[in-house]
Ligand binder design. Sequence first.
Ligand code: 9G3
Length: 568
Amino acid sequence: MRMSKLLVPTLREVPSEAEITSHKLMLRAGYIRRMAAGIYSYLPLGLKMLRKIENIVREEMDRAGAQELLMPALLPAEAYQASGRWEVFGPSMFKLKDRSDRDFCLGPTHEELFTQTVKDEVRSYKEYPITLYQIQTKYRDEARPRFGLMRGREFVMKDAYSFDKDAAGLDISYKKMYDAYCRIFTRLGLDFTVVEADSGAMGGSGSQEFMVKSPVGEDGIAYCDACGYAANYEKAECVVEDKTYPDGELVMEKVATPDVHTIEELVGFFGYESYMFAKTIMYKADDKYIAAMVRGDREINEVKLKNIVGCIDDLELADAGIVRELTNAQVGFAGPVGLNIPVYVDNEVAKMRNFIIGANETGYHYKNVNINRDFTPDYVGDIRVIEAGDKCPRCGAPIKTAQGIEVGHIFKLGTKYSEALGLTFQDDSGNDNVVIMGCYGIGVSRCMSAAVEQGADDNGMVLPVSVAPFEAMVVPVNVKDEPQKALAEKIYEELKAKGIDVIIDDRDERAGVKFKDADLIGIPVRIVVGKKAADGVVEYRLRTETKSEDLSAKEAVDKIFSFVTENR
Ligand code: 9G3
């Protein structure tokens, strides 16, 4: 390919909508273009990179014994009605009607469709285990699409589904997918961590996420360098931190605390440390209200709390009006004493003594409060967000935290979908058994963003050979200089003949422009053919290095060949 021919509309500036490095670079390097919020088109370089990622995913899925098929993206409502998810997904699901006014959607995920396909097409239990997958466009009407391909409303996912006769079988299928995922992300050059994750609405017995650590990652990860424990904040187990509290149970006292609302203000007013206070937060859980309590210096983990409460919709903070109704007080004076809604209490609060809470009266707090004497919680458990420095739940070493980009998520689903759709098999003693499932997702287009985000430097993209749109670039500095042009073309032809996916910058442009563009689009290795061409000398340079090496044309071609073939 020739830069003079390639559609690669590089930009000097990017639209303000691009907030993170990968989004800016993919726009500036002419990889993608925005059609609408969360909806992108792939220009030639972007599409080449996407296809290379897809092919690595495909190779490893096939190697793991999974079989590829392709489902429709335009699906009849019936497909999701049997599992009840037609309603559950709410506004996130793109719904539409056909000319006969029948309900359809653009598929956001395909558990139901794969389960139905297996039910229709697998005839005997002897065919299990079977794992099927697709690489296909998904549609989810995200409330806040952002960061380019990182969180889109149309995106490419590899979704796989395993079908087994029993739990032992699922463990084997799951492990095969797990190992395939490790090979995929390693080949993509992504520095990933596997973390224990919440299964959320998917149900099942557990799930793991493959995370690329990055400050722009939307997920919080807690991890332990000592024992290797790693979990998404949503799942990370919190250990009760020992704090010393005043001995004995002192008499509870109502204290006037005019205009003291926040924990900070309370600390100032009472002169106690923040762990002497407990905060009481009200939530709407489906159609009822609950209160949740954590220590004053902690945060409530709404995913853990939701899983304990068991509500369908996500928890919503109660608004000020509701808080006033429930507590007969302004916001900031809420407490559990005298509250007639269920109170969920964090394990740490259960260990507090003689602590301070709102008095459910504007301008008043209670001090010397003791659990079970002054109020009885409806539930005590782990409902807080883990923090750096907390004890690791496995080995006690200090927990570290990071942000992560979720590029993969694998689930032991169990029978949620096979039950809902009646996917059973008759074993050889004639009994009906429900098929045991797993499901396995990779955000293929999101992997593009993660790769760009992880490798970028100040000059642009830095991509591994495995995913870069071209493997090598030949840069004749001055195409008007015959020896330079001729040698560059010769090297270009030789690299092509050796099967290297090479691009030549044959444009009649200044050297500076060529080098800037070469840095921007992230091609892993380049040969610069400049003044020394007359002596048959060219420069060999890796995108990850600043220095270059003078070589003969032949040495350069051989060095590129071995570099590319070793890093594919
Ligand atoms: C929806 C919408 C949003 C969704 C889902 C469905 C997340 C949904 C979870 C999964 C689970 C697995 C198969 C591959 C692995 C991941 N957001 N999830 O199901 F309709 Cl609008 O997608 N699916």
